[in-house]
Design a protein around this ligand. Structure first.
Ligand SMILES: [Fe+2]
Ligand SMILES: [Fe+2]
Length: 328
């Protein structure tokens, strides 16, 4: 957005960022009074950015002070209601699509849009059938013999972090890893479903903390950790009974050496689905750009996991992932 929309003497109720190299750095916090000195300093910046979740607040501000909100890029997020018919007919539609790249693209876009709607609305009543359709579509596209799908999938994943893309990525990576370690279709379905909803508990966490571009305070981190328990609760409340999926979501932050949460489980006491999606979760987090650091390449990320997190993840899964990525 253009810095000139900030009016002297007003207090803003949204955070403003500037881009420094690849990172977004907060320059003015919500609650700040725009003094003449501050206005002068910020006007020297060509561009400022706001979080997509605060566009509504900026629109109210610009209307209130009669300034033009030109330069604000906004994107329409579809509602769950709008996404339902699209997701529920996904597998029918996929039959008409030729070529596996085009199929993956279609499933990816539909699944990510459904997840975006769910996270945006924060409604704890989940469209389980639609999520099931997306899971099925992901498996059908990715569980194909003799074709290496990982380069296509990695190319497709956006490098900017967002929870809905992250959820879709983790589901896809979990299917690919699961397939490479010989999981059967039913087990693939469990890892895919759990991967898709693994962070669903975050709909109960304050967005301010989730989107905080600077590092978290200890108490804020403790709040975020609760998403593992919340996820289990939300899925159970929706009547989901598949214990493997429930365990996968509940324990996706457990680590083999007992350093994880919420129960500090060790080794094989961590259910297999949770171990698979847990590794894909970390891989995706490392390869996407966060506001406080740049992303790693796929190979750098897996090497980092192998070298520095070997105690936390199954060696067998790490090596399978390295083989999937192929010679570099
Ligand atoms: Fe998580
Ligand atoms: Fe995650």
């Amino acid at each position: 957005m253009n810095p000139h929309i900030l009016v002297e003497g007003t207090i803003i109720d949204f955070d403003c960022y500037i881009k420094r190299f690849d990172d977004y750095v907060i320059i003015i916090e919500s609650g700040t009074l725009i003094t003449p000195e501050l206005a002068k300093t910020i006007n020297q910046n060509q561009e400022m950015y706001i979080s997509i979740y605060e566009i509504d607040k900026v629109n109210v501000y610009t209307k209130q002070y009669g300034v033009d909100n030109f330069g604000i890029e906004s994107k329409k997020i579809r509602t769950v209601q709008e996404m339902l018919p699209i997701a529920l007919t996904l597998n029918e539609e996929l039959k008409q699509v030729q070529g596996f790249e085009a199929k993956i693209e279609k499933v990816y876009q539909t699944t990510a849009a459904l997840m975006e709607a769910i996270f945006h609305e924060m409604n704890e009543t989940l469209p389980l059938n639609a999520l099931g359709e997306c899971t099925e579509g992901l498996i059908d596209c990715l569980n194909i013999p003799d074709i290496s799908v990982i380069p296509v999938v990695l190319r497709m994943m956006p490098h900017e972090y967002s929870t809905h893309h992250h959820s879709t990525n983790v589901a896809m990576l979990s299917i690919i890893l699961g397939k490479s370690i010989g999981l059967k279709k039913e087990e693939l379905s469990d890892v895919a479903y759990a991967g898709l909803v693994h962070d669903i508990g975050k709909i109960r966490i304050d967005r301010y903390i989730l989107l905080k571009p600077t590092s978290l305070e200890d108490d804020e981190y403790e709040l975020i950790k609760r998403h593992a328990d919340y996820g289990l609760e939300i899925l159970r409340n929706n009547g989901l009974e598949n214990q493997k999926v429930l365990d996968g979501v509940h324990y996706h932050h457990e680590k083999l050496d007992g350093s994880g949460y919420p129960k500090k489980l060790r080794g094989k006491r961590i259910p297999k689905v949770a171990r698979i999606i847990g590794m894909c979760d970390v891989f995706d987090a490392l390869t996407t750009r966060r506001t406080y650091r740049s992303d790693y390449s796929s190979y750098e990320a897996i090497l980092l996991i192998k070298q520095e997190m070997a105690e936390q993840f199954d060696e067998h899964y790490i090596d399978a992932f390295i083989r999937l990525l192929g010679p570099q």
